[in-house]
Design a protein around this ligand. Structure first.
Ligand SMILES: Cc1ncc(COP(=O)(O)O)c(C=O)c1O
Length: 383
């Protein structure tokens, strides 16, 4: 029997169904594999840190060294990047945020204008598509052709119409693609030639699977960093999405100056529980994270067998990062939005079309659950 010190392999379905959050409550399906929250309990260090705040009954204004001082979580960001990825962010360019999408939108707002082009790999995490749409920017897509992104077409498009910003989802949601150095260098070269600011969303970096490595985009060099903003958070890898904290590193001086020139409180202030949880995660959570990666690594492989056994014809390639599986179910003939059919059968998945036209006939399945519940989920999907 496999050791399970963190209770990742023995989840209780009734306890999950009793949760009040979006994942298990929003649509009321029997099994839930849609939004990017994990079913796993958080790292013990996080529970202890949050319990300490509760035990001290300490919910007043925090003492981080003045109203505009950076949070202790933000102060841990640079050392963590050095330790995990060998990238040394500039300590004077780090900003606390409430969430990652706030950083994406603030940067798009300040470094581009309505009508400007925004480059984005498709299919895309839908809040990026909404950002472009709601902020009246124009999508400049990079699409996969025969399994690889087509940068030649992108360059032709940029030569014809230009763009201001590139939202880089690195690693990529929903494809689970890890951009390796040659591809990152090509992106950097295009960004330089067409004078684009890159927003590198690296929220899934800590969920890079064995066999792949994450290379922070800004670590490519000072010139790349100087046109880049990196946004990230402990919220995906440590399952803290409801607590609301994220961090932005502005390698780009323009982005840094724009953020610094905002009136105080404009972007809000971090939540002290989120900061306590992030500090615990980043100082004492990596044993738990390693155990989570082991289960996810097993699940991403098991999913291939489960699909073959129960939904033969579904096309799936195990992701190199994230706990999100992008599944092409067009061979099953379930229509443009197969998630609607799987929901009727009792499983909540993310509908592929939400991620752009490339998502027609696809679903995104969240496999951050116990091996047993993953198996149940796929059985129920089969009807
Ligand atoms: C790529 C990516 N960025 C951002 C987010 C959301 O982050 P936040 O809740 O901090 O805005 C997610 C959530 O799944 C995500 O997958």
């Amino acid at each position: 029997m496999t050791a399970d010190p963190f209770g990742l392999r023995s989840l209780d379905i009734d306890a999950l169904r009793a949760k009040r959050g979006a994942k298990w409550r929003a649509h009321g399906a029997d099994f839930s594999a849609w939004v990017a929250d994990m079913d796993f309990p958080v790292a013990p260090a996080i529970t202890v840190a949050l319990q300490e705040v509760i035990d001290r009954n300490e919910f007043g204004y925090p003492n981080w060294g003045g109203p505009y001082a950076r949070s202790p979580a933000a102060r841990l960001f640079a050392p963590r990047m050095v330790e995990r990825f060998g990238w040394e962010p500039r300590d004077d360019r780090i900003h606390d945020l409430i969430d990652v999408i706030q950083g994406v939108r603030a940067t798009v707002h300040h470094l581009s204008a309505p009508g400007d082009g925004v480059v984005l790999h498709l299919p895309a995490y839908h809040p990026f598509l909404h950002t472009i749409d709601e902020m009246d920017r124009c999508l400049v897509p990079v699409v996969p052709v025969d399994g690889a992104f087509d940068y030649d077409s992108l360059e032709a498009e940029l030569a014809a119409r230009g763009a201001s910003v590139w939202i880089l989802c690195h690693p990529h949601n929903p494809l689970g693609h890890v951009f390796e150095r040659p591809e990152l260098e090509r992106i950097a070269e295009i960004a330089d030639r067409f004078d684009l600011t890159v927003i590198s969303d690296e929220i899934h970096a800590d969920l890079t699977m064995p066999g792949s490595i994450h290379i922070p985009f800004e670590s490519l060099g000072p010139d790349v960093s100087a046109r880049t903003v990196t946004v990230t958070s402990a919220s995906k890898a440590f399952n803290l999405a409801g607590l609301r904290w994220a961090v932005l590193h502005a390698g780009s001086a323009r982005a840094h100056d724009a953020l610094r020139s905002l009136p105080g409180h404009y972007l809000g202030a971090p939540n002290l529980m989120a900061v306590a949880a992030t500090v615990a995660a980043w100082t004492d959570g990596d044993g738990w994270l390693g155990a989570v990666i082991e289960v996810l690594d097993e699940n991403r492989a098991a999913l291939a067998d489960l699909l073959e056994a129960h939904l033969p014809g579904a096309v799936y390639t195990a992701p190199d990062a994230t706990y999100l599986a992008w599944i092409d179910v067009r061979p099953l003939g379930l229509g443009d939005d197969p998630a609607a059919i799987f929901r009727e059968r009792g499983v909540d998945l993310s509908p592929g079309p939400q991620f752009g036209p490339q998502g027609v006939g696809h679903v995104r399945l969240n496999f951050a659950t116990s091996p047993h519940l993953l198996e149940e989920t796929v059985r129920v999907m089969a009807g």
